[in-house]
Ligand binder design. Structure first.
Ligand SMILES: [Mn+2]
Length: 320
């Protein structure tokens, strides 16, 4: 796999009942249920961000969580997750880093074609690269995107460059994904200019406001929308911009806002996402541990969100 190197850091954990015991380094010849990899890039963020530090802090946070999900009464160790490490980022050259994310993702999704892939960002620009990589690996397939985000992320790359406000537009204008195959859940408030909503409407992006999602419940909305999307596409890529969360629960996300999603809503939604068999890829982006509060509240939320997705995957592989 081009550009992917083992994480610079790991718990020398041995066996045990905690997440850091279970998230083991990928070894040659293994084909786990899920491949985890980091894309530690945030120089492309519009607001100052150290989301590049999230893959490392995410791994460290494993020590604070058990693999046993009390509410579901299941142990996630039934599902194998292997950590392939991080994509090597260039210190100054964002475009080079982007092309590495694309190439690494292409290799990972091709090599581990039956595994779910989970990329830990990084700012949201990494998603455009990863989806292009998936498209390169499966050029004849139609890819759908479920996006959890406060923003549409359709700002114009000709103004900003390929920054974190642009990934969905890059994918639509680049004809990698059709606008009508993009569902955004979590939009609210005063954070998307009218011109961007016009672009989204022109390209038939399915905009589901947080208020609309709450009318029948966020998780139930996700279930319905995924079923609709799965009718049209061959595989689904889910991208979780942690800025979808309310700023009170996600202070460590540069662009989180008041009036955002509650943590429990995101957790329940991700379990539904994990249970859906057409979902092949997921990423978690824009969490900046350097701006988190002292107890790493947002990193904890990020790890919890990841585990809820895995819980859904365990249910899915059990045929539930
Ligand atoms: Mn975003």
């Amino acid at each position: 796999m081009r550009h992917v190197h083992p994480s610079e850091w790991s718990w020398r954990a041995g066996e045990g009942e905690y997440v850091h015991h279970w998230l083991k380094e990928l070894m040659q010849g293994e084909s786990p249920d899920m491949i985890l990899y980091g894309a530690p890039l945030s120089r492309s963020s519009i607001s100052p961000s150290a989301a590049s530090a999230y893959p490392l802090e995410f791994r460290k946070m494993g020590k604070g969580f058990t693999t046993y999900n009390l509410e579901e009464d299941i142990d996630l160790r039934a599902f194998t997750v292997r950590d392939a490490g991080d994509i090597a980022m260039h210190t100054t050259d964002i475009l080079l880093s982007h092309s590495r994310i694309e190439e690494a993702t292409e290799d990972i999704v091709q090599t581990f074609s039956s595994s779910t892939t989970c990329m830990i960002g990084g700012d949201h620009s990494v998603t455009a690269c990863a989806v292009r990589g998936v498209k390169k690996a499966y050029p004849t397939e139609r890819i759908g995107i479920l996006q959890f985000d406060t923003h549409l992320d359709v700002r114009d790359p000709s103004e900003l460059g390929p920054a974190n406000g642009t990934p969905i537009r890059q994918l639509i204008d680049g004809e990698i994904v059709q606008g009508s195959d993009v569902i955004n859940i979590g939009l609210h408030g005063y954070f998307n200019a009218a011109s961007l909503v016009t672009y989204a409407k022109q390209h038939n992006i399915d905009m589901v406001t947080l208020r609309a999602a709450r009318r029948k419940g966020v998780a139930e909305t996700v279930r319905t929308k995924l079923a609709e999307l799965a009718e049209r596409v061959d595989r689904i890529y889910v991208t979780v911009d942690m800025d979808v969360l309310d700023i009170a629960v996600a202070p460590g996300v540069p662009a989180s806002t008041p009036g955002g999603m509650r943590a429990d809503e995101l957790f329940d939604a991700l379990k539904v996402v994990g249970e859906h068999s057409e979902v092949r890829h997921i990423d978690f982006v824009c969490l900046d541990p350097m701006r988190d509060v002292a107890t790493m509240a947002t990193v904890k939320t990020g790890m919890y969100a990841f585990l809820e997705f895995v819980t859904g995957r365990v249910n899915q592989t059990r045929g539930k």
